[in-house]
Ligand binder design. Structure first.
Ligand SMILES: [Zn+2]
Length: 62
């Protein structure tokens, strides 16, 4: 997981946590699956935090 600073965000991304846009200039997180660097996902900080707090210390079965 990488943290993108606001000045690095130059495009609009779709957050898979809330299905809403991450506008340019907004700091967010980039999540890259291990071994699949092409499958990057851009998340709002809050959406990522909420996602991981639902299943503390566990991975979803899928
Ligand atoms: Zn979001």
């Amino acid at each position: 997981m990488r943290r993108i600073q606001p000045y690095q965000a130059t495009k609009t991304y779709l957050c898979p946590g809330c299905n809403q846009d991450i506008p340019p200039g907004l700091g967010h997180l980039v999540v890259v699956p291990r071994g699949a660097p092409d499958l990057r996902r851009h998340w709002h900080h809050g959406c990522w935090a909420n996602r991981s707090s639902r299943r503390p210390g566990r991975h979803a079965p899928r």
